[in-house]
Design a protein around this ligand. Structure first.
Ligand code: AMP
Ligand code: ZN
Length: 209
């Protein structure tokens, strides 16, 4: 199955995409992770993207569309994939439809108040990208996978978080109606525990598989 994960920043897209990808044995394609990798590698794309990301704004459509189009041609995408954080605009969704057939758009629905708390408590592993929350780390400051010290993303700092939520409501939320219109929207209440939400997503995907 080719699946999209929609939802505001902090809804748990990355966490859930990772769990579901492992379960289905398909790759997780995160445009945010790919852009951060491009920044670390100081590629031309990375340099272009950084200024937008630091401000909590979206990277221009043509930049991310090219990255995703290229990524989806790779062999590992043949059995299916989860797009995590793409599309984020209706323009991106329309472009995606020209080179991919999407089976399900999973929308994680979470209230803004909850998102601010989640984003400001989020920590990530700079090596493998695994996401954590301070509330569930029990004081640990290292990655469970590779013991790398965790960091806070620059764009999870309070001044940028509100900006990202505003951008979400303006540019990305219209995708909910877009995919409802396509008949492939799966709405999931994203306010339970990560385990409860995973179970709900799996149940929903099994129902349409
Ligand atoms: P994420 O890791 O998904 O929260 O993405 C982090 C940042 O990368 C976003 O705030 C955007 O600046 C940029 N980004 C990631 N995916 C996209 C996308 N599909 N379109 C535009 N910008 C994106
Ligand atoms: Zn790690």
């Amino acid at each position: 199955m080719n699946i999209i994960f929609l939802g505001p920043p902090g809804a748990g897209k990355g966490t859930q995409a990772q769990v579901i990808c492992q379960k289905l044995g398909i790759p997780q394609i995160s445009t945010g992770d790919m852009l951060r990798a491009a920044i670390s590698a100081q590629t031309e794309t990375g340099l272009k993207a950084k200024a937008y990301m630091d401000k909590g704004q979206l990277v221009p459509d043509e930049v991310v569309i090219d990255i995703v189009r290229e990524r989806l041609t790779k062999e590992d995408c043949k059995p299916g994939y989860i797009l995590d954080g793409f599309p984020r605009t209706v323009e991106q969704a329309k472009a995606l439809a020209t080179f991919a057939k999407i089976d399900a758009a999973v929308n994680l629905d979470v209230a803004d108040e909850v998102l601010v708390a989640r984003l400001s408590g989020r920590r990530v592993c700079p090596l493998c990208g695994a996401p954590y929350h301070v509330d569930r780390l029990n004081g640990s400051k290292i990655c469970k996978v590779d013991a790398t010290p965790l960091i806070q993303r620059d764009d999870d700092k309070p001044e940028t978080v509100l900006n990202r939520l505003q951008v979400y409501h303006q540019k990305t939320a219209p995708l909910i109606d877009y995919y409802a219109g396509e008949g492939i929207l799966c709405n999931i209440t994203g306010s339970g525990s990560p385990e409860e939400i995973s179970a709900e997503i799996i149940k929903t995907l099994e129902a349409i598989a």
